[in-house]
Design a binder for this molecule. Structure first.
Ligand code: GAF
Length: 425
C-alpha cells in the first residue's frame, strides 16, 4: 500500500533494506537470549555509537498492561492501565546528511531513509511506526530534520502489551525533545494515537500510548478517555501478583475485526443520539435502560456490542472502588466478568484465550482472569497468589500444550515509569 497522494506527506525514499549492519554481527544473533531489559539501553547505545560515531539521546518507552476497562477507550469510557518494565529503547540523533539511517535490532534490518517520499512499507512494518509519527509532527507544521536511530525492545510483539505504542511513543517523545517542540504529554499521546489511526490504519483508542507516556511505577492510571483526565491509584496487591499468560496466538489489529467493532459501536451511538439525546457524548455514557428499551430496533450484533461497552464502563468504576478499598476479591470477580463480556457479547476472544481463562478462574489462588488488550490472541491477565504462581503455571502449560498444541509463555508484571530519557555512560 503506497500512500503518496496526500499533499501533507513528506517524501522518503527507501534505499536499502534487509542488510545487517556489519557491527551487529554475532551480537545480534544472540541478542534475544543474552540481553535483559537494562542491557537493551546499552545495546542501542553501543550500536548507535559504533555506527554513527557519536553519542545518541536514548529514550525508554514502556509497554502496558490493563487491569480492567477493555474496548472502552474509543467509546469515551474509563480504562485502568499501568506501564510495565518491558519497553522499547530508541537511540537517536540528528543526521548530518540529507538521509537518515534507521536500525531495527529486533528485525536485524537497516534502512536508509531519504526524506523526500513517505510511503507505507508492507514488508517492513517497524519503519511505518516511525514514519507515522514523523508525519504527524509534519502535519502540525513541525518540520522533522533527518535523523539516525537504533531501536530495540523486549515488549513481546502481538501479545497485547502494546509493543507498537511503546515504539511510537519513544519516537514521539524523542523527536519532541530533540527538536524542542514543547508538546506536553497529553499532546504527545494524541499525536501518537493519530499516527496509529491514520498511518498504520488501526482505529485504536488512546489508552496504550497514554499509559506508555504517563506511566508511574507502582501505580495504575484511571483514565477518562473522553476528557483525558486521569488519576494515579497505588497498586496494592498484597499477596497477589499480576501474571500474564501468553496464548502464543499473534493478533494483528489491522487485519482483525478491531476496526469493525469500532464501527458497530459508532452505529449504536448514532442510534441513541437519534432516538434519545443528540448531545450524548459517547457510548459509555448511554444508560443501560436506553439500550434495553431499544432491543427490537437495534441490530442484534450492535445490541451485544453496546451492552458490553455500557456494562464494562460501569464495571470499571466499581472495580476502582474495590481496588481503593483493598477488596481484591470483588475486583477479581469483575475481571472475570469482563472476560465473559469480551467472549460472549463483544466476541473478541478466541478458543486459546478462553481455554486459559476457563482453566484458572475457579482456582482458589486466582482472583480474576481475562483476555487483555484488543483480543483475538495475545495474553490473559490474571491476579494470582504469589506463592501459587509457579505450580499453576506448570500445570497450565502441560494442559495448554495437550489441548491447544502451543507452548505456554508467562510474564510477571513489574510496573514502571512512563516514557523517559535514559542516561548511558
Ligand atoms: C488495543 C487498542 F490499541 C487500545 O486502544 C484499546 O482499544 C485496546 O485494544 C482494547 O481495550 O490495545
Amino acid at each position: 500500500m503506497v500512500r503518496d497522494n496526500n499533499p501533507n506527506l513528506i517524501n522518503f525514499t527507501f534505499i536499502f533494506s534487509n542488510k545487517r549492519t556489519s557491527n551487529l554481527g554475532v551480537l545480534l544473533l544472540f541478542y534475544p537470549i543474552i540481553f535483559t531489559m537494562n542491557q537493551l539501553q546499552l545495546i542501542v547505545n553501543q550500536i548507535f555509537t559504533d555506527s554513527f560515531n557519536e553519542k545518541p539521546m536514548i529514550v525508554r518507552s514502556p509497554g502496558r498492561v490493563n487491569l480492567i476497562g477493555e474496548h472502552t477507550d474509543y467509546n469515551g469510557g474509563f480504562v485502568l492501565p499501568a506501564a510495565t518494565d518491558k519497553s522499547a529503547y530508541l537511540a537517536i540523533s540528528p543526521s548530518v546528511t540529507n538521509t537518515g539511517k534507521w536500525v531495527s535490532v529486533d528485525m536485524g534490518e537497516t534502512v536508509e531513509i531519504n526524506f523526500d517520499e513517505i510511503k507505507f512499507y508492507q514488508n517492513h512494518r517497524w519503519i511505518n511506526y516511525i514514519l507515522g509519527v514523523v508525519q504527524q509532527f509534519e502535519n502540525r507544521g513541525m518540520k522533522i530534520p533527518p535523523f539516525n536511530c537504533v531501536l530495540a525492545g523486549d515488549v513481546p510483539i502481538g501479545s497485547g502489551m502494546s509493543s507498537s505504542a511503546a515504539m511510537e511513543s519513544a519516537v514521539g517523545f524523542a523527536l519532541n525533545e530533540m527538536n524542542g517542540f514543547g508538546l506536553n504529554k497529553k499532546q504527545l499521546a494524541q499525536l501518537v494515537q493519530q499516527a496509529e489511526n491514520e498511518f498504520i490504519g488501526v482505529k485504536c483508542g488512546i489508552m496504550d500510548m497514554f499509559a506508555s507516556i504517563h506511566g508511574k511505577e507502582n501505580n495504575v492510571i484511571r483514565l477518562d478517555c473522553e476528557t483525558l483526565e486521569y488519576q494515579y491509584f497505588p497498586l496494592n496487591l498484597g499477596d497477589y501478583k499480576i501474571v500474564l499468560f501468553d496464548s502464543g496466538v499473534k493478533h494483528n489489529l489491522v487485519e482483525s475485526e478491531y476496526n469493525l467493532r469500532r464501527q458497530q459501536c459508532e452505529e449504536g451511538l448514532t442510534f441513541f443520539r437519534k432516538h434519545f439525546d443528540e448531545s450524548v457524548k459517547n457510548l459509555s455514557q448511554v444508560p443501560l435502560s436506553w439500550l434495553q428499551s431499544s432491543k427490537s430496533q437495534l441490530d442484534p450484533i450492535v445490541y451485544k456490542r453496546c451492552q458490553y461497552v455500557i456494562e464494562e464502563n460501569q464495571r470499571i468504576l466499581s472495580a476502582c472502588e474495590n481496588l481503593q478499598a483493598g477488596n481484591l476479591k470483588d475486583f477479581g470477580i469483575k475481571m472475570t466478568a469482563t472476560h465473559e463480556g469480551l467472549r460472549n457479547l463483544y466476541e473478541v476472544s478466541c478458543k486459546e484465550l478462553d481455554f486459559l481463562v476457563d482453566a484458572v478462574w475457579h482456582e482458589s489462588s486466582v482472583l480474576g482472569s481475562r483476555v487483555m488488550g484488543g483480543g483475538f490472541g495475545g495474553c490473559t491477565i490474571n491476579l494470582i497468589k504469589a506463592n501459587a504462581i509457579d505450580e499453576l503455571f506448570d500445570r497450565l502449560s502441560v494442559s495448554y500444550k495437550q489441548n491447544m498444541g502451543i507452548k505456554l509463555k508467562t510474564y510477571s508484571v513489574v510496573t514502571a515509569n512512563g516514557t523517559e530519557l535514559v542516561i548511558c555512560d
